[in-house]
Design a binder for this molecule. Sequence first.
Ligand SMILES: *[C@@H]1O[C@H](CO)[C@@H](O)[C@H](O)[C@H]1NC(C)=O
Ligand SMILES: *[C@@H]1O[C@H](CO)[C@@H](O)[C@H](O)[C@H]1NC(C)=O
Ligand SMILES: *[C@@H]1O[C@H](CO)[C@@H](O)[C@H](O)[C@H]1NC(C)=O
Ligand SMILES: [Zn+2]
Length: 297
Amino acid sequence: MLRLFSALFLLFGLQRISASHWSYPDRDLNEAFPNWGGICDTGKRQSPINLSKDKSLKGVFDKLKFENFNERQNGVTLVNNGHSIVLSNFSKQMEVKGGPLLDEYVVEQLHLHWWSEHTINNMRYPLEVHIVSRNKRYANVSMATNFKEGLTVIGVLYHVSNERSEAIEQIIEHLQDVKDYEKLDQPAHMKQSFVVRQLFPKLNGYITYSGSLTTPSCAEAVTWIILSETFPVTLAQVDSFKDTHYEANKVLKSNYRDIQKSYNRPVIFVDDVVGAANHMQVSVGAIIFMFIAIKFM
Ligand SMILES: *[C@@H]1O[C@H](CO)[C@@H](O)[C@H](O)[C@H]1NC(C)=O
Ligand SMILES: *[C@@H]1O[C@H](CO)[C@@H](O)[C@H](O)[C@H]1NC(C)=O
Ligand SMILES: *[C@@H]1O[C@H](CO)[C@@H](O)[C@H](O)[C@H]1NC(C)=O
Ligand SMILES: [Zn+2]
């Protein structure tokens, strides 16, 4: 009897976490957040969490490096997987290394959450982009999910503004091609080249902690790097994503997971990012200095 129960439980449990059977609650109807099963419900290193600079530990690391993020990516594919809009198949390999990372990571895909998953001082932002990278030690993402250092995800938060995000607008221009239920899981190709770095044109420090994927399997394999700087997006832009269908006649009004318990995990704030943008400032400063120096010579 016990065996039958556990067999049924296993079957049911597996079904619940199988790729297409999990879902987000309809927050307008106050639906409870569903149990996604497995480590999603029992893990102690789950994401997202509520972040706060003030309550973080101060961290100093080597420079965080984004390689090839300024490259023009051609033939990028856009997919509606029923849970998000996912961009992948980048023509030039991008890598993330340095900062808190001990290994090199290869960018696999990026996707969006409308209403942010991470909150900062309990504030939710209208949009969060996740840039998912795999530790080069592992052959593919599914292998990488078995290891604590398997993945790193860059989180980019957007704030409400009257100013559009041009990079987000480029994604929106292709939503028509993928948003309908009949188009589920069918990739569309972006017609123009896409520059990933334009999703976060400035770098101004980040918050890092050890957590999980925010979708089933919820694998606790992610070094999160949430950028401190937030970027403008209009509410109309965010609304465009809310017309993404996940079933016939059902739209994905939001796709963020509830805040998870932190269990006193160390959350580290790092404010010493010197990216390409800051190099520019340094050289402008140097030119002004030279100018002044020459005047006084
Ligand atoms: C990936 O992009 C290349 C061009 O860079 C294109 O030829 C190929 O068809 C794309 N693959 C998929 C699966 O869309
Ligand atoms: C989120 O962070 C703020 C600021 O530290 C804190 O006041 C609040 O209690 C936190 N909320 C949760 C749900 O952890
Ligand atoms: C991932 O890599 C492992 C090891 O090389 C392989 O066995 C597995 O089939 C791969 N999985 C996918 C989804 O490609
Ligand atoms: Zn995500």
